[in-house]
Design a protein. Structure first.
Length: 673
């Protein structure tokens, strides 16, 4: 009996200890999750500090594919395999989130002072307490909403410090593992070591955090070790950044590549290996000075000018104070292709530039184009925007696009009655009209709830086989010119749904137009952010023609049209019909549509072994449509994205019968580089 009572007492004491530890673990985790909310960032005064960053790259293996990887062209054909660089920057901050950077010193052994593997620099300034640490990626284990994705264990140490270990419940590229030293009293992170793999880069990040004030949310020192592997190419990188440096020099040195000046100003010494890399680089320069190496001008042009600009993105600033920015996708790069059932393989090109006249005026232009190899069609969209009052979101926009090829059964029947034979090699293409569309509009935000637009829209539709129409005595060109107006209502300002009412009135003989019509459209869109990475995307709309003249063969809705300029996973939100026949868009005087998409990480395939590790995001699609010939049309789909590609699979149903199955593929390689 005594033994039984002793056993019960020991069991009770053991349970009490376990309960106390579990309670203390939960309390500490709660302090970590809520620490950011306890930091007052409202009283931060604007200040100026300096940041020093040094990095070294070791190209262990390389082949010709490395030439096509953004930012890696310079090291892909360089003579050396080891490179080093240092930067000294001036940081002018208004608060934690708003700051500007000015480069003071930039020293590197990378040819032509190019930036290589610059995509990993964002890892040096992670947002540890946010839902996502790096932009919209990597779910932070220090955020309350992500706790269900991680397992935690805590070891309490001396001096008021605890060691927090965290690891993902699932092996996925959006999750990380590691440990952190935590201040038990406040829940703030003192130091942390993080291991992860994202976008083909394996990395280890060591952060030493600030301890006091609002800047406790950001690191004072970061060390990043990373490895990039892709199709036989392997590059190791080592980056170290020191923040919040006080100046002991003049900041008027400008953007310079002065190595001797960097030797005087660097706050931390170089390692022996880093110093050797510099020594080998300067010895090669000295040797070339004594014994110049003859380089073929043609080779220099091919490698350094044509090759770099064709295979890699082109980025540049212009203006006396770098007010302008220019960016262009690679002119020829197989990594920037796409595929879907309707258009086949698609080549894409994106060019954009903007110029800031001042804080309230900006000029912006973008050329977005694609070529469909299956349809043998080239599409482009060229919006030009001038913001004359950015505070009121007041701008004038002119958009030029070649639109979508269009056809109409009524005009085809008129053509067939004339019995004029087609001489076109591709008879199916001979029935189509090309569409050149220009729209000019002015937008003004009356307040944070209402915006108003007025403008003019014009279409010129030209027959592919204009000779046949002319021989039949039918017009081969149709022109419409229409004043338009739109009003937008945001009931919850910019964080809620958007409701837009469009009106367009085509007037015959107005500015050369020959078509009478009147069109109304109502469109409602809302991207409901459930958490940082989970969202419900909704779109509901309807439109109709209340007036249609005799020659108004072509209907062209503003919010219900085929998208021939597809982007990547995040280029545009997913309110599209992927399998709908292109003729349906223009075959009815009215439409009613709805689109719903649910997006989330770690949803379905992400939980599968092996393959689930590479799944970044997943989506479920459900869309419905009613038009004159189909009621209803239903489309369902599932999609996911990885580091290499994004894919969507769809099925549809027309008038209660299964119709098609199709897929959409986009290459997502290096989209964050």
């Amino acid at each position: 009996m005594k033994t039984q009572w002793l056993y019960i007492i020991l069991l009770a004491l053991s349970s009490a200890n376990v309960f106390a530890k579990a309670h203390s673990d939960t309390l500490l985790l709660h302090r970590v999750f809520s620490f950011a909310a306890t930091v007052d960032t409202t009283n931060i005064k604007p200040n100026t500090s300096y940041t020093y960053t040094k990095y070294s790259l070791n190209v262990k293996q390389r082949n010709f594919i490395l030439l096509a990887v953004p930012t890696m062209y310079a090291v892909a054909h360089g003579e050396s395999r080891k490179y080093i660089g240092e930067t000294l920057e001036q940081i002018t901050s208004q608060n934690i989130e708003r700051y500007s950077t000015r480069n003071l010193l930039d020293v590197t052994t990378v040819p032509h002072h190019k930036k290589s593997m610059s995509n990993v620099l964002k890892y040096l300034t992670p947002r540890l307490y946010a839902e996502t640490m790096i932009g919209d990626n990597l779910l932070s284990p220090f955020n309350y909403y992500n706790r269900r994705y991680y397992k935690y264990s805590i070891a309490f140490m001396k001096n008021g410090i605890a060691n927090l270990h965290f690891k993902p419940r699932l092996k996925n590229t959006q999750l990380i593992k590691g440990q952190a030293l935590i201040d038990i009293e406040t829940g703030s992170i003192i130091k942390t070591l993080i291991n992860g793999e994202y976008d083909m880069v394996k990395f280890t990040l060591n952060l030493n955090m600030n301890r006091n004030g609002a800047y406790a949310l950001v690191p004072k020192e970061a060390i990043l070790t990373c490895n990039f592997s892709f199709l036989g190419n392997k590059t190791d990188g080592h980056f170290q950044a020191v923040y919040g440096l006080t100046p002991h020099f003049t900041d008027s040195i400008g953007d310079s590549h002065d190595y001797q000046l960097m030797e005087k100003l660097r706050p931390i010494p170089l390692s022996a290996e880093e110093q050797n890399t510099y020594t080998e680089y300067f010895n090669k320069i000295k040797t070339r000075t004594i014994q110049p190496k003859t380089t073929s001008p043609l080779k220099k042009i091919l490698w350094d000018i044509i090759g770099d600009n064709i295979l890699n993105r082109i980025r540049s600033n212009y203006g006396k104070a770098n007010q302008g920015y220019f960016r262009m996708d690679p002119i020829f790069n197989p990594l920037y292709m796409g595929y879907d059932d309707r258009r086949g393989f698609i080549y894409k090109l994106d060019l954009r530039t903007n110029y800031d006249f001042d804080s309230n005026r900006e000029f912006y232009i973008r050329l977005k184009s694609s070529y469909s190899f299956k349809r043998h069609q080239f599409y482009f969209k060229l919006p030009t925007v001038f913001y004359y009052n950015k505070q009121k979101n007041a701008y004038i926009e002119m958009q030029l696009e070649n639109g979508n090829w269009i056809r109409n059964e009524l005009i085809e029947s008129e053509l067939d009655k004339k019995r004029v034979k087609s001489t076109y090699s591709d008879y199916s293409r001979s029935k189509y009209f090309k569409d050149m569309h220009v729209k000019i509009k002015n937008n003004l935000d009356i307040n944070k709830y209402i915006s108003f637009q007025v403008g003019i829209s014009a279409h010129k539709r030209s027959a592919m086989e204009h000779e046949r129409y002319e021989a039949a005595g039918l017009p081969s060109n149709y022109v419409s010119v229409a004043p338009m107006a739109e009003i937008q209502w945001r009931p919850r300002t910019w964080n809620g749904p958007l409701i837009a009412l469009d009106y367009e009135r085509g007037i015959k003989n107005f500015l050369g137009g020959d078509i009478n019509y009147e069109r109304w459209e109502l469109d409602m869109q809302w991207i409901k952010r459930l958490t940082r990475l989970q969202s419900l995307q909704m779109r509901i709309g309807t439109g109709l023609y209340t007036k249609k003249g005799e020659s108004a063969y072509f209907l062209d809705f503003e919010n219900f049209r085929e998208n021939n300029l597809p982007g990547g996973w995040n280029d545009d939100w997913s309110g599209e019909f992927e399998l709908l026949n292109s003729n349906i868009y223009n075959a009815s005087k009215w439409y009613a549509r709805t689109n719903f998409t649910y997006e989330s990480p770690l949803l379905f395939i992400s939980r599968l072994p092996l393959v689930g590790h590479f799944i970044e995001m997943e989506r479920f699609y459900l869309s419905g449509l009613c038009v004159k010939t189909i009621h209803p049309y239903i489309e369902m789909g599932y999609g996911f994205t990885t580091r290499l590609f994004s894919i969507g699979m769809f099925v549809n149903n027309e008038n209660g019968r299964f119709r098609d199955f199709g897929c959409k593929l986009g290459f997502e390689l290096f989209r964050h580089w």
